[in-house]
Design a protein around this ligand. Structure first.
Ligand code: TRP
Length: 381
């Protein structure tokens, strides 16, 4: 991991200089249960674009697994020090599909933040916040809805696919159709210039770019309000589930970030290997073997020799799995130990702090948006 894993999909590096942010005089009243003083170091309202402004989010729908760790959190970690990062718990996005069972979302939000912190996402350098704590997302969503053609939303591949896939649920709602629009608001409300996402999310970033263009050309053609964000797509390989399908909580094939030694052992033992390699010295076929895929992922430089040993029948699956268990434990045990030290109240404090920082940025952009749209604005000179 580390540097060099990023690809700029649209290949455009320069960001249209956005309108200079004006200093905000008064912040809208915001009460949070935890008292907090804004650190004097955080005043990046004039994001100078020497760094990327990065916004990304994850829905709190359950425990994070190793696929999230290697595919998302490693990337967040690689980005956080050199950029201006906002990492969001997308709890309102979770509500678009889970509106009938909302209780789990709040608990999952706290658990997710604990996973983030234990994995090295650092609240001193990145802003970690919860979407519902920053009402500006909803405000910008509403404002942008005025200029969002229904067809753009209806044609989104994720919309059609999810309607089909989540067929036990009534998803013909206004909120669900607006899912990508809310995502666009999440991004634009910070004038983010880059968005780390999985490939499945690319249409949403494209929609965001189109909305930014449409807004700028309608309301502020000479001084664009919104930059067009680019997608940062991770090149890390997909992590398979223990049964070779996509790793997912719903398939019960996931290795959770917080998994203890016993759970890890169970998962590794149940992992799919080559079905025709029965005896140790049978010749193996690592290409279809999940244990091999994991070993390769966790120890890439050992892959070639492991592959040769497997193909020639010099190593058996049990030995391979034993080594894999050690590799997995080596990766997860520091996170597990770290996670034990993090209390719910720590995660809540991080979210409270993050909400203040996020609102400080987002409120400026909402004011600017309202102004561009000819609406009365009170708090900006
Ligand atoms: N839709 C994203 C997902 O399911 C989560 C998300 C919400 C997000 N808002 C975002 C990701 C803004 C990037 C930017 O993974």
């Amino acid at each position: 991991m580390g540097n060099g894993i990023w690809e700029t999909l649209n290949g455009r590096n320069e960001i249209p200089q956005s309108v200079k942010r004006k200093e905000i005089k008064t912040l809208p009243a915001f009460r949070f249960p935890i008292s907090y003083t804004l650190p004097s170091t955080f005043y990046s309202m004039t994001n100078k674009h020497s760094k990327e402004r990065i916004l990304s989010g994850m829905r709190p729908t359950g425990n994070l697994h190793i696929g999230h760790l290697l595919g998302v959190l490693e990337n967040y970690r690689a980005l956080q020090n050199a950029n201006d990062c906002f990492f969001m718990v997308a709890d309102i996005h979770a509500l678009t599909t889970e509106y009938e069972r909302p209780d789990a979302i709040q608990a999952a939000s706290v658990e997710m933040v604990k996973d983030w912190l234990a994995s090295g996402i650092n609240p001193d350098v990145a802003v970690i916040f919860r979407q519902s704590d920053v009402p500006e997302h909803a405000q910008l969503h509403l404002l942008l809805s005025m200029i969002t053609p229904l067809g753009w939303l209806e044609r989104c591949p994720s919309y059609k696919e999810q309607l089909r896939e989540l067929n036990g649920r009534e998803l013909h709602t206004y909120g669900f159709l607006g899912y990508p629009l809310l995502q666009a608001a999440d991004i634009l409300v910070y004038k983010a210039t880059a968005v780390p996402v999985g490939e499945d999310q690319l249409p949403h970033i494209e929609l965001t770019r189109e909305l930014a263009r449409r807004f700028n050309s309608l309301y502020s053609p000479t001084r664009p309000v919104f930059p067009e964000p680019k997608s940062l797509v991770t090149q890390s390989p997909k992590v398979p589930g223990t049964d070779a399908r996509k790793m997912s909580k719903s398939y019960d094939n996931a290795i959770n970030i917080g998994a203890g030694p016993a759970e890890l052992k169970k998962r590794v033992n149940s992992m799919f290997t080559d079905p025709v390699k029965i005896k140790i010295d049978d010749k193996g076929h690592p290409e279809g073997c999940v244990a091999f895929a994991f070993c390769k992922l966790l120890k890439p430089d050992g892959a070639a020799s492991r592959e040769a040993l497997c193909r020639s029948g010099a190593i058996g699956c049990v030995a391979c799995k034993k080594e894999l268990l050690e590799l997995l434990d080596g990766l997860l045990s520091p996170i597990r130990e770290e996670r034990k030290k993090i209390k719910d109240s720590d995660a809540l404090a991080v979210l409270a702090d993050g909400a203040l920082k996020a609102r400080q940025e987002a409120s400026v952009v909402v004011e600017e948006t309202k102004k561009a749209m000819g609406l009365f604005t009170a708090s900006i000179s």
